[in-house]
Design a protein around this ligand. Structure first.
Ligand code: RB5
Length: 145
C-alpha cells in the first residue's frame, strides 16, 4: 500500500515520526524535507495532484494545526480531506465520508495520539449506501459553476 505524505515545517517532525512508526508502509513523501520555514499549500497541493491523477489513492497532510493543510486539500477537486483530532473522527472520516486525505495538526496532537488516529483511519472502511449518496451531492456542488 502506497500512501502519500506531506507537511510544512510545522508538521515536519511528525511526518518523519509517522514514517518511522509505520515502517511497513511505502510512503510517497512529497516534502517538505527539512524544518526550514515553508508554505503548506505547496506540499499539500503536490500530494493532492497525485491523488487526482490516480498515482496515489490516499494521503496524510500535516501542518501546525492541520487547518491550513485541510483547507488547501479541500479546494482540490475529488479530495475529501478530514482534519481529525481523535480516533473516533478518523474512523468516521473513512466510514461515512470516505476521506482520501487525513489532515493532522502536529502542534495539537501528541505523536502517540497521531499514530493512533492514523492507524484507525487506515483500518476503517467506507460504508457506502446512504453515505455514497451524500458524497455524490458533494461532487455535484464541486462541479457546479
Ligand atoms: C505555520 O507556522 C502554521 O501556520 C501552519 O503550520 C499551519 O498551522 C497552518 O494552518
Amino acid at each position: 500500500m502506497k500512501i502519500g505524505i506531506a507537511s510544512d515545517h510545522g508538521g515536519y517532525a511528525l511526518k518523519e515520526a509517522v514514517k518511522r512508526h509505520f515502517n511497513a508502509i511505502d510512503f510517497d513523501d512529497v516534502g517538505t524535507h527539512s524544518a526550514e520555514s515553508c508554505d503548506y499549500p505547496d506540499f499539500v497541493a503536490l500530494l493532492c495532484r497525485k491523488i487526482q491523477k490516480g498515482e496515489l489513492e490516499r494521503g496524510i497532510v500535516i501542518c501546525g494545526t492541520g487547518i491550513g493543510a485541510s483547507i488547501t486539500a479541500n479546494k482540490m477537486r475529488g479530495i475529501r480531506a478530514a482534519l481529525c483530532c481523535n480516533e473516533f473522527m478518523a474512523e468516521m472520516a473513512k466510514r461515512h465520508n470516505n476521506a482520501n486525505v487525513l489532515a493532522l495538526g502536529a502542534r495539537v496532537l501528541g505523536d502517540e495520539l497521531a499514530m493512533r488516529i492514523i492507524a484507525r483511519w487506515l483500518d476503517s472502511s467506507f460504508e457506502g449506501g446512504r453515505h455514497q449518496k451524500r458524497l455524490d451531492k458533494i461532487d455535484g456542488i464541486e462541479k457546479a459553476p
